[in-house]
Each structure stands twice: as structure tokens, then as C-alpha cells.
Write a protein that binds this ligand. Structure first.
Ligand SMILES: [Zn+2]
Length: 433
């Protein structure tokens, strides 16, 4: 079977789901009709392959190939998107998992360890603010009651959204039984950044995920008339906010970190008035935890200073914080050896990334690894995000080879030799997230 036949066919079906016709971007927000369409499609495809689909009460779906519920090999990614995101971020890993199962079934592979395909919910945190919410709930990294009370921009709580989608939010929380049945998790994901293209590599392996977090800054000033209020009398929250945006960029650049204000709400939002308040969300990522903490502290001090200058009250709240993730070294070496051997024959570059992933959250509980598929422009979280079909197919072949090795018969002497590759992968500079 040509792997393109199965992947390309699946991709054609999946690609239109949740795409906004005006922007061409994706709005696959959790617990919305677009999300339901993605979940229904995944469930249908898994069942067509004879896989038993089980929800885990947290919104994540698990499709089992094989009966044994111990030491299973899990693969997959997330179905949700950022506002007007690209179609590959998340979806590629889910579709590639289905296509990899097809490749393995076509060669009559029978997994000795069960293979389970995962489709995670709310990885981006685009609706409820906390990234990797599905995997955090699964692993117990977030309190279920705190999660139920999270609200979207319309004030709808997660509990209400789940109820509206026909799920019982009272059941969310850690699933140690499920995690205990999984021996390793491998997530295939589109590259976010542009490290593979200059190397001529279609597929790479993850080394680490930068520590990162989100902070909400509320600048509370005083609403006034744009035509009559003198500058000297104003308490305009837009000014300290604007100064903070510029300062964050300079502070982060000096530290070798990244700081981004990607979401801002001016209240009440009149075009002819001084705002009463500006609500802004700051995303910071850094190569290590000390740099992350120092960067946030400096940005916060700058924001306090600017606010004081303008008689504006500043409140800063941390919405999420994710520690540095070092992916499992043994698993990574084993995967690198599999990919360097027939039929894939390409030693993958090993890359750090600034982007968070469910694999990072799961790494606290399981050996995890990530495969990246080349992104020729590096653009992600945008409708311009793209991967070539041939590279997606290379990713599917790589994932299938990895699943075959991990879930296949016990490691033979030949396979054991592969664990010590002649040419170990070289770590390289940080990819842009
Ligand atoms: Zn993603």
C-alpha cells in the first residue's frame, strides 16, 4: 500500500472541519460544534479500523488496537486549535496515527503490546485559558474543581460547556488506571519554527520543551471622553499597557527569551473614549526556568512602574506555568535508531522547542517522545501553517516504524544493536516556537 493513499485520503476528509470560510483559519475550540465534528470523525475512523473508542471523562478520546491494557504504546495529538490556527497543528498527529495503523495493518502487523490512539482536548487553551487542559486533568496536574470553574470569554464555565455538549463535568479528574495501562507515548506534530528545512530533513525528534507560562495583566484606569478630558486629568490604562508591550519585547530579547502579548481586550471598547480597563495576556518562554522567572519579574516591574506613572491600578495573575520538559532519553535514542534503519533510513535531527504539547504534560508520568514533521516556512498558529504531503507521508512512515518497533515482538539481538546507533543524533540550537 502506498502510504500516501491512506494519509492523503484521510487528510482530505479531515481538513475542512472547523475551517472558517472567511479567514481560511481553524476555529476548533473545545466543546463547540466544530470540535464535535472533529471528534465524531476520529471516532468513526477509529471504529472503521476495528479500534474500540473510549472517552476518559476529561474530553480526551482513546482508540484501542489490541486487548491488553498494560504497557500499551500510545500515539496521537490534539484536535483543538488556536483562533484562526493552521490545520496541521494537532490534527496532523491524529490523522498520522490513523494512517500509521493502516500501514501496519497492510503488512499484517499484530501488535504484541496494544497500540492506543489519543485525541486530546483543549491543548491550546484557546477557549478556557489553560493549555493542555485535557492532559493536565488526566494526569492530575490541575484540580478538577478549578478546571470546572474556568470560563471562556463569554463567561461560560468549562462545566457548562461540557454539559451543553452532553458530557458530565462532575467526572473530570485524574485517570491513574488509564495512565497505568500505557508504557510510552509518542506524539507526531508539525514543526513549529524552521529548523528542519535548512537541514534537508523531513522528520525530526524532540529533545526538550522550554519552560513557559501565561499571565493576565489587568490595567484598571478611568473611562473618560476622548474629546474633552485633558491629558493631565486622564488615567488611561492603554498607555501603561502599550509601554509594557514594548518593554516586554526588549527585556525578553536581552534574556534570550520570548515574550508575546497576543490577546488584549479594551473595556468598554468605544472608539471615542478613554478606556476604563485594558485586559492583556502575556506569554513568556525561555530556555531555562531561572531565565523565565527573571524575565517575568522584570516585565512585571516595568508594568507596575508604567501604571503608577499614569495613576492606573495593575493586577497580575499567573494563569499557567509549565516547567521545562526533557523528553525520555532512552526512548528518544531507540526511536532515532529505528528511523536510521530500514525502511525509513534517515537519522533524525534532535530539536528543542518553545511550544508546549500534551507529550510534555504526559512526560511527568510516562516515557514520552515527539516526532516533528518539517514546516517549510516555520509559520504556525496561523492559516499559513503548512507541511508538504510528501513530508506528512514521511512522518506517517516514521511513526509506523516506531510503533512497529515499540509494540512489536520483544527486542531481538538485532534490534538491541540498533539501540546504539553508529551516528548518534546531535542536539542543535533552539527552534523558534
Ligand atoms: Zn499543537
Amino acid at each position: 500500500m502506498n502510504p500516501g493513499d491512506t494519509f492523503a485520503g484521510l487528510w482530505r476528509e479531515f481538513e475542512p472541519l472547523g475551517r472558517d470560510p472567511q479567514t481560511g483559519g481553524y476555529r476548533r475550540y473545545s466543546w463547540t460544534p466544530a470540535d464535535a465534528a472533529c471528534r465524531a470523525w476520529f471516532t468513526d475512523q477509529a471504529q472503521k479500523r476495528g479500534l474500540a473508542v473510549e472517552p476518559d471523562n476529561n474530553g480526551n478520546l482513546w482508540a484501542w488496537w489490541g486487548q491488553a491494557r498494560a504497557d500499551a504504546i500510545a500515539t496521537g495529538s490534539h484536535l483543538d486549535s488556536v483562533p484562526d490556527g493552521g490545520g496541521f497543528d494537532g490534527g496532523l498527529g491524529v490523522v498520522a496515527a490513523l494512517a500509521a495503523v493502516d500501514l501496519l495493518k497492510a503488512k499484517n502487523f499484530n501488535p504484541e503490546r496494544s497500540v492506543v490512539l489519543a485525541a486530546f482536548t483543549e491543548e491550546e487553551g484557546a477557549r478556557f485559558g489553560v493549555p493542555c487542559l485535557g492532559s493536565r486533568l488526566l494526569t492530575g496536574a490541575i484540580d478538577p474543581q478549578a478546571a470546572r470553574n474556568l470560563t471562556d470569554d463569554a463567561g461560560v464555565t468549562l462545566a457548562e460547556a461540557m454539559t451543553a455538549a452532553g458530557c458530565d463535568a462532575g467526572l473530570i479528574g485524574p485517570r491513574d488506571d488509564l495512565l497505568g495501562a500505557i508504557g510510552a507515548f509518542v506524539e507526531l506534530h508539525i514543526e513549529q519554527g524552521r529548523a528542519l528545512a535548512p537541514l534537508g530533513a523531513a522528520v525530526g525528534l524532540a529533545e526538550s520543551i522550554w519552560p513557559h507560562g501565561r499571565w493576565r495583566l489587568d490595567f484598571d484606569g478611568q473611562a473618560d471622553h476622548a474629546g474633552t478630558a485633558r491629558f493631565a486629568d486622564r488615567h488611561d490604562p492603554m498607555l501603561p499597557y502599550a509601554a509594557t508591550v514594548l518593554a516586554a519585547r526588549q527585556i525578553a530579547a536581552r534574556a534570550g527569551a520570548l515574550a508575546t502579548f497576543g490577546k488584549v481586550i479594551a473595556e468598554p471598547g468605544g472608539s471615542n473614549g478613554v478606556s476604563a480597563a485594558v485586559r492583556a495576556w502575556l506569554d513568556v518562554r525561555a530556555p531555562d526556568e531561572d531565565t523565565l522567572r527573571d524575565t517575568v519579574t522584570s516585565i512585571r516591574s516595568a508594568a507596575e512602574e508604567f501604571s503608577a506613572e499614569h495613576g492606573v491600578t495593575l493586577t497580575v495573575r499567573q494563569e499557567s506555568l509549565t516547567r521545562e520538559v526533557r523528553f525520555d532519553r532512552d526512548l528518544r535514542d531507540r526511536i532515532a535508531a529505528v528511523l536510521a534503519a530500514p525502511p525509513v533510513l534517515a537519522a533524525p535531527p534532535v530539536l528543542p522547542t518553545g511550544a508546549g504539547h500534551d507529550a510534555g504534560v504526559l512526560s511527568a508520568r510516562l516515557p514520552t517522545a515527539m516526532l516533528f514533521v518539517r514546516n517549510p516556512t516555520g509559520v504556525s498558529h496561523s492559516p499559513a501553517e503548512h507541511a508538504e504531503l510528501a513530508d506528512c507521508e514521511a512522518g506517517v512512515r516514521a511513526l509506523a516504524a516506531v510503533l512497529e518497533n515499540l509494540a512489536g515482538p520483544a527486542v531481538s539481538a538485532d534490534h538491541a544493536a540498533l539501540a546504539d546507533p553508529a551516528r548518534p543524533p546531535e542536539p542543535m540550537g533552539p527552534a523558534r516556537p
